[in-house]
Design a protein around this ligand. Structure first.
Ligand SMILES: [Zn+2]
Ligand SMILES: [Zn+2]
Length: 394
């Protein structure tokens, strides 16, 4: 019964959700600067008569309580920030903030959660329990809005039994969603390495300490962390995308700089790998007469979907969309600050299909041509509202 009610409401508010999404898309703001976005969300909550509190400067938290008796609490999370990308799409809702673009679909997540709020407010008399709405800033930038919201108490008073989040995925057709139980996304650490030797004329290597050749040894050796020390059953990535040796054909430079990323799905191994990389790189540099400064900037932890919660959320999705529209996801070695919620409470992060090949909507997130098939918004608001209500035990 409640399923049909939600489906009907999702259809009825579709145009409104599209309008909100288009407004947010054309007014994107960078991480930790979501001032207008936050004010927009606040005004929409005001319209619905939903009280909210501010958190992490631009974040908002609100509660919707069903009329039936229940002390259960489920939190729903949407991120609000955009990326420093210039939009290349020629659409009526193109970004009006040059150089900033909702290229990761956070406009979709925010407008969807507003739609969910509208549906659940209309259905208050039909369910029991409390839905906590989390509008979170700065997913795209360290230390991540999620970590700040958690520190400021977003998961307290009341404490949710589960946190549920969704993210657009242009690989999946609109109308479908994807789930994965257990390990899903990686921890992401940035690596900044400087190998310092002694530069000089390239014709007199015996008088110099060549940091270029030493760096070559370090780069090759470090891959052993992945190929020999890491458990082959647990995915792990080490990539260096930037190597700068500012010498010349006949000049050996003083130093070489490296920038890279280390990704894993196991916190214990992550810490161990950090130590091994530093030890190996500094040891190699020293043995060849150079020094090595190995700086690791820790990013988000790995994201794990609690199996029981994920199984039940997936079941509700199959019930709402039909089995054929719910897919299995593979591990994805990108980072996501929703991982912080998964580290402290039961949580489930699923993917919303936004692809429409026939309309050429296939671009990856974080590209200037990313866009979505907007019919996905009807799936998005209805499904999230349904999962929330069912997860509360209705
Ligand atoms: Zn992103
Ligand atoms: Zn994102």
């Amino acid at each position: 019964m409640i399923k049909q009610q939600i489906q009907e409401l999702a259809k009825n508010i579709f145009n409104d959700v599209v309008a909100n999404r288009r407004h947010l898309h054309s007014h994107p703001e960078l991480s930790f600067h979501e001032v207008e976005t936050s004010a927009f969300v606040a005004s929409k909550l005001d319209e619905l008569g939903i009280a909210y509190t501010k958190m992490a400067d631009t974040g908002l938290v609100a509660l919707i309580k069903g009329d039936k008796p229940s002390t259960n609490v489920v939190a729903l999370r949407a991120d609000m920030d955009a990326l420093p990308i210039t939009e290349a799409n020629e659409v009526p809702y193109k970004s009006q903030n040059t150089g900033v673009m909702h290229a990761c679909g956070h406009d979709v997540h925010t407008s969807s959660l507003l739609g969910v709020a509208k549906i659940l407010t209309a259905l208050k008399s039909e369910f029991g329990g409390t839905i906590k709405l989390i509008f979170q800033p700065a997913e795209e930038k360290l230390p991540g809005g999620a970590s700040i919201m958690i520190k400021e108490g977003v998961l307290e008073n009341p404490k949710p039994q589960a946190v549920i989040g969704q993210h657009v995925m242009p690989l999946i057709d609109a109308g479908k969603v994807g789930f994965r139980s257990g390990q899903y996304m990686a921890s992401t650490d940035e690596l900044y390495v400087t190998v310092t030797g002694k530069g000089g004329h390239a014709a007199q290597p015996q008088q110099n300490i060549d940091p270029v050749i030493i760096t070559a040894h370090i780069l090759t050796a470090l891959q052993q962390v992945v190929s020999r020390f890491s458990d082959p059953k647990s995915p792990c990535v080490l990539s260096f995308g930037k190597v700068t040796a500012n010498g010349a054909t006949n000049v050996i430079p003083n130093e070489v700089k490296l920038e890279g990323t280390f990704r894993a799905l196991d916190e214990k191994w992550r810490a161990e790998a950090h130590q091994k990389m530093v030890k190996m790189a500094t040891g190699i540099a020293e043995s060849m007469g150079a020094t090595c400064d190995f700086n690791i900037v820790k990013g988000y932890p790995f994201l794990t979907n609690e199996p029981k919660l994920t199984a039940s959320a997936r079941g509700f999705a199959e019930d709402y969309l039909g089995k054929e529209n719910v897919l299995d996801l593979d591990i994805w070695m990108a980072g996501e600050d929703f991982a912080y919620y998964t580290q402290v409470t039961d949580a489930c992060f699923y993917r919303l299909g936004t692809r429409n090949e026939s309309r050429g909507i296939t671009s990856s997130v974080h590209t200037p041509t990313f866009d979505i098939e907007e019919t996905a918004l009807e799936t998005s608001v209805g499904l999230m509202a349904y999962i929330a209500v069912k997860q509360l035990g209705n």
